[in-house]
Design a protein. Sequence first.
Lengths: 422, 328
Amino acid sequence: MWTTFKTTVHRLLLTPSAVVWTLIFPIILATVFNFMFEPMRATTSIEAVDVAVVADDSWNASPFSAVVETLAEADEPLIALHAVASEQEARDLIEQGAVEGAYLVEVIDHGEKTALEKGNDADASTASAVTNEAAPAPHVILAPAGNGSADAISHDVNRSIIESIVTGYLQSEALTQQVAASNPAAPADAEAVERALSLDAPVREVSLTHAQPDAMVRYYYALLGMASMFAAQLAEEHVWRLQPMASAEGARRAASGTSRMRQLVPTVGACWAVSSAFLAIAFGYICLTAHIDFGGREALCLAGITAASLLSSGIGAVVGALPGKLERDSRSGLLTAATCLLSLFAGLYGAPAMQLADAVARAFSAAAWLNPVCLIRDMFYSVYYYDTLAPFTLRLLACCGIAVALLAGATWLLRRSAHEHR
Amino acid sequence: MDIIAVDGLVKRYGELLALDHFDLHVAAGEIFGLLGPNGSGKTTSINCMLSLLAYDRGSIRLFGEAMAPTRYDLKRRIGIVPQQVAVFDELTVRENIDYFCSLYIGDRTQRRALVEEAIEFVGLEEFARFRPGKLSGGLLRRLNIACGITHKPELIFFDEPTVAVDPQSRNAILVGIQRLRAEGATVVYTSHYMEEVEQICDRVMIMDHGRALTQGTCDELKRSIRTGERIVVELEGAKGRRGAVRDAAPTPPAIPERELERLRALPHVIDVALDGNLLTVSCEASEHNLTDVLAALRAGKARLGRITCAPPTLNDVFLEITGRELRD
């Protein structure tokens, strides 16, 4: 059995079609996906918003400048600061489009401006805060609002980011003043003050999923499902070649002193090992090159790949062991067609296909368990999204269970095969 | 003891009766020739004996025991050299031989020695690291044989092992088969080359339509047919050309038709054929055939050139028994 296993591995590694379909093809498709999805990912990532600051003495004296500088110096900065000497220079930069807004700190005459107000001039709008006394306060100047076009959406998002920073700060400041008024000892507690001034102090971030949701990962998971199904061709060819009517070497092996079971097990085992290795390489490529997130559970994903390979080997073994005069090319074509069709219902071919897949999943939830591409896709999905490993384990066991049933079927079929005249 | 004992074997493919109460008995140490036209049932009978095919009726006993698909103990004592070269293109000569040997012998150390012995036996030492794609047709056939005999089987089936092989390789293969027999193997050999069968087989069976038509030694088979002698006369001065294509002016025959009729009327003459200037007279076994034929030709004033007289060949036996009509 060991020699059969070793020989089959050897032959598989030297078979160009096996390497192309199981290793090269998923890597090429992952590369194509990477090029397709990279621009979409870029638009969803937040770039630092350019903001001018009027860096005069009031600015330097204000605690707001420290908050803004902290945001600008973070690892993933929310804003990028452009220091200017005067408000007019800041307005000029806004007009030129170099910045989306400007911060300045100045004394507000609250008789003049009593509420957060937006100016009516066409070039820029101005917002400031309500203060109870004439003291230096942050003040923001914003670029005009967008025209509602797709390009203007990110511009408007940037405006709201600039505005929310100053609004949040002023709210925190007002809160601190209220606390100080009711409890004069509270400002002595530095931690309490810091908490009050923190922009996200009242907000607690919670996540419903194990990892940050990313719509793109579904395509890569479906790709792994498709690649697994292509790996079924390995077992299909090598099990078919065990049949006495398939080839002269099949007849020679069938007539030999080794039972078909003892030939089938190492043959399928070799196909499983090679397809697992190829898929693991493709998985590594997807992780490292396409930077697809597997929720930090890469080791579990490798277990998933092993189960997916076992499932595909089982499918291939049954197709290879099917009786009848179906030539090898026909069997291979059958598997390829099935793989492409099942991948469609796994949503591999773009957004419309994904919508179709979702619609099918909503209408027939069992389809996700019967379609091996969906089953494998959902296995990776569950390892990515769920905190608990139960959904992943369930799907992994489903893959293994179906594979064992298929292999039992292949054994039964193969034992019945004979060297009938073709 | 019979190594092979097949009795009343019946195998049907739907409506087609492939084996019709087929019997075969091969003794230990024999080289047994199985002859028959295409579709006569040779390969079907071998596949049944190897349990590659189920059969409808009859019994097959190998080494004195009933053969069945799960009799791996019996299968381990059998070697197969199929008509098609049955090796893996991805493996080298040595790897191929080792793999097929591993289906019979698990012990790696024992196998290593047997593989080297088989490589030496078929003379592939220089090509042991070659893949099949780099080998000539003759070398491939030798590799095919090596894959079937490495485990030193007691019974070996050779199914047309010399197809498309040059005379030197063919001779090497035939000598090798005789060596295997000398080492104690029993051989069942099928071929369409009658001279090969005559050269190496102890006994021969001719089968057709799934039935054994006749069997015996080559001499016994030759004696069993009507033709006992073939006289070939080259006629001199003949205007006819052998195998000539008819053209506008028909060439007169080398000998008049009435003289041919006179020959046909001779006692013991079975058939007379004229091809150009070559006259072939087939006769039953008799002591006066040559003198009778020559006397008749001289009476007809034919000018005689070279004359040969030969006993029947296995080819004559085959054609007389299976007929001359073309098969697929």
